[in-house]
Design a binder for this molecule. Structure first.
Ligand code: FAD
Ligand code: FES
Length: 289
């Protein structure tokens, strides 16, 4: 892990790597969230696309343009890279209509990543909501890889979706539930499913109920702005210092490499210096996020 945040690891930062859609998995019952598994047409490109959990890439969709999407796979998973995409507008709808075997491009990896060196030897609390859980999925898979697990102390996960049918990665969630080295707290905003066996309540409420200590812990929060807004005071009440509350921001982006000026907060480019910031860093910036 030698890349520097903000560095551009690409030979030509505007040139996407060609990839083939290997598999498409429909994640949610409304069919609006799909996971795309890509393989690089040239295996050497996979080596060049060396990423770290927390980073994103620009998906280059033929005839439609590029969209920034968080990397959902872990660098410990070899031979492919995955992204989970919510269908919201023209580019994402076009991608959702593409088929296994179709060709497109990936430009990246881009942005910085979660503070892995600081997280080493600490308890790690991961708090996610909705489709923003993607880079937390990458992080969990990375941390529980046998060669990495001993580098981190307790792993606690709070993950929420609107309803049971809107949860991502259901098979993996079930597998993580069974492990005694992850404390999982899955929640939904509401459900009338009598068989639902997990929590019901918003992510900040469940965080308040389940996370009891900030001792030697670092919290990573990734979710919609409203979830972040209400989770932040819960963590502050638990006395997580601002340096150990880590947030991933989702601003409007275009180039992803600090050239177009679409994503700035004050004088900082979120695409290049972020999307991951500590609350301590954000407190120094204008409240534009
Ligand atoms: C660093 C980063 C990581 C992201 N990771 C993911 C991810 O893992 N999965 C995922 O599904 N999406 C992710 N997004 C959001 C994704 O980039 C947008 O949803 C996408 O660009 C919309 O493209 P579109 O052409 O389909 O929509 P448009 O037609 O451009 O817009 C449709 C709707 O989406 C909203 N929208 C457009 N761009 C954004 C944006 N950047 N953030 C939030 N809302 C937006 C618009 O307000 C509008 O309501 C991420 C964004 C960033 C910046
Ligand atoms: S997206 Fe172009 S400067 Fe950040």
């Amino acid at each position: 892990m030698t890349n520097k945040p903000g560095s551009i690891p690409l030979e030509n930062p505007y040139l996407p790597y060609p990839v083939r859609i290997e598999e498409i998995i429909t994640e949610t019952e409304d069919r609006n969230l799909k996971t795309f598994k890509f393989v690089f047409l040239d295996r050497k490109d996979e080596e060049k696309f060396a990423y770290i959990p927390g980073q994103f890439a620009e998906l280059s969709i033929p005839g439609k343009g590029e969209i920034p999407i968080g990397i959902a796979s872990s660098p410990t998973e070899k031979g492919f890279v995955t992204f989970t995409v919510n269908k919201v507008g023209s580019a994402t709808a076009h991608l959702h209509n593409m088929k296994e075997g179709d060709l497109m491009g990936i430009r990246g990896p881009l942005g910085n990543w979660y503070p892995w060196e600081e997280m080493e030897g600490k308890n790690v609390v991961l708090i996610g909501g909705g489709f923003a859980f993607t880079t937390l999925r990458s992080s969990i898979v990375y941390m529980i890889e046998p060669e990495n697990r001993s580098r981190f102390k307790d792993i606690t996960v709070v993950y929420g979706a609107r309803a049971p049918g809107m949860l991502l990665y259901k098979d993996e969630l079930a597998a993580w539930e069974q492990r005694d080295d992850i404390d999982m707290h899955i929640t939904v905003d509401a459900t009338d499913d009598p068989d639902w066996k997990y929590n019901v309540g918003f992510v900040p409420t469940i965080t308040e109920q389940k996370i009891t200590s900030a001792d030697d812990a670092i919290a990573i929060v990734c979710g919609p702005p409203i979830m972040i807004k209400f989770t932040q005071p819960v963590l502050e009440k638990l006395e997580f210092p601002p340096e150990r509350i880590i947030l991933s921001l989702e601003m409007r982006m275009k180039c992803g490499i600090g050239m177009c000026g679409r994503c700035n907060i004050g004088d900082r480019y979120v695409c290049k210096e972020g999307p991951v910031f500590s609350l301590a860093q954000l407190k120094e910036l204008p409240p534009e996020y």
